[in-house]
Design a protein around this ligand. Structure first.
Ligand code: BEZ
Length: 392
């Protein structure tokens, strides 16, 4: 499968792996490099290339990356996925930040039989009713991150909650995951709003509704630019002291928590990764990522890193083409910065621990104090009927 050098591809990036390697794996990186999730895309890419450099040096292949900007627009992303598959003839794709984008490209990926390593988008359907042997998720699912928080908040004595999230697949699924377990424990949802995605500048009217709802706490999902605005406005609206703010951990991601500043202090959220996890694998990752970028890694960076590592492991296991890569990817398991990771063969979704953390003042910047580590649980199959594994 030796290929011509990708010099003709304007966006191709060559990564140095052994010069004598016989195989060349062409990777299509589908990420938002513009729009509200641009910073997330950049962190995922940096994590991905860190892993190829760290783990790929002794792989029996070279990796060539063709990167495409999905923005946060499903139709744009579908066009870019088609280009990568049909024109660039990539062996494997990685990336995708938005659940809406993942929903849009799913049929194309499945129909073409191109393995996709999901490096962010949590769309529950992609490892549920719309699962595919070609889609392996190395990030999280929307329900997985939020379900543990329902029981945990109930256990802290909270009984009445108001929820807010952007009105698209991820917002709805994240809130559903939380609501399921919070109400099953005996809690009450006293009100909900879904704010227009990528269009809401002023969250004040929604905060006013939450304030008058009788809630004891607010639970939200926001990410990227919307998370920065929301957390700052929640504080300046004077709500933080009166109505404690909880959410999925994307709300106070290390990627942008310092842009939120003191407004983020005391916010309690849950996520599958924080850079303060105390383990040798995380220390190694934090050091490598910091050396490369000068930044503390975020959950987005770790998705990219683990996606890159999964690709390298699949290649080291002998995979060389679309089918063998798809088969090998769903079998990867390793101890990474987040802890022990594996892929559930029933859904191709990752199985991983969840951390509840509080954003607190650190030395010169905000940091993440882990309050609880909740056990790894495989998602319910959610209607996934995994097709027979593709043949090697
Ligand atoms: C999503 O659309 O699935 C998503 C986007 C940003 C952060 C987390 C999830």
């Amino acid at each position: 499968m030796k290929r011509a050098i990708l010099a003709a591809l304007g966006l191709a990036t060559g990564l140095a792996v052994p010069a004598s390697a016989e195989e060349e794996i062409k990777v299509g990186l589908l990420l938002p490099f513009s729009g509200v999730y641009a910073a997330l895309g950049n962190d995922i890419e940096a994590g991905f290339t860190t892993a190829l450099e760290q783990f790929g040096a002794d792989a029996p292949a070279t990796f060539e990356i063709v990167r495409e900007d999905t923005e946060v627009k499903p139709p744009v992303a579908l066009g870019k996925a088609k280009k990568l598959i049909l024109q660039d003839k990539v062996d494997v794709m990685a990336g995708i930040v938005s659940s809406g984008v993942l929903g849009a490209v799913r049929d194309m990926v499945h129909g073409a039989g191109v393995p996709l390593i999901v490096a962010n988008a949590g769309n529950d359907d992609a490892t549920g009713t719309a699962c595919s042997p070609y889609i392996t998720r190395m990030s999280f699912s929307n329900g997985q991150v939020n379900r543990p928080m329902g029981q945990w908040m109930y256990d802290q004595g909270i009984r009445k909650v108001y929820t807010l999230a952007p009105d698209y697949a991820a917002g709805r699924q994240m809130i559903d995951g939380f609501v399921q377990t919070f109400t099953a424990a005996g809690g009450e949802i006293v009100g909900q709003d879904f704010t227009p995605f990528q269009k809401t500048q002023d969250f004040g009217p929604y905060m006013a509704q939450a304030k008058s709802s009788g809630a004891e706490a607010v639970f939200v999902f926001y990410a990227g630019g919307e998370a920065i605005s929301f957390v700052k406005q929640y504080d300046s609206f004077g709500l933080k002291a009166e109505l404690p703010l909880y959410g999925s951990g994307f709300l106070t991601s290390p990627l942008y928590v310092n842009a939120q500043g003191p407004a983020a202090e005391g916010v309690i959220t849950a996520l599958h990764y924080v850079p303060t996890i105390d383990s040798p694998a995380n220390a190694k990752f934090v050091a490598a990522f910091q050396a490369k970028t000068g930044r503390i890694p975020s959950e987005f960076a770790v998705h990219g890193y683990d996606a890159g590592r999964a690709l390298v492991e699949a290649v080291k296991a002998g995979a060389t083409d679309r089918e063998s890569l798809a088969n090998a990817l769903r079998q990867v398991r390793f101890d990474g910065p987040r802890g022990a990771l594996s892929i559930d063969p029933a859904t191709n979704n990752i199985v991983q621990p969840i951390y509840v953390y509080e954003t607190v003042a650190g030395e010169g910047s905000l940091t993440q104090k882990v309050l609880a580590q909740l056990p790894a649980e495989a998602d319910p199959v959610n209607g996934c009927e995994m097709a027979a594994p593709v043949s090697n």
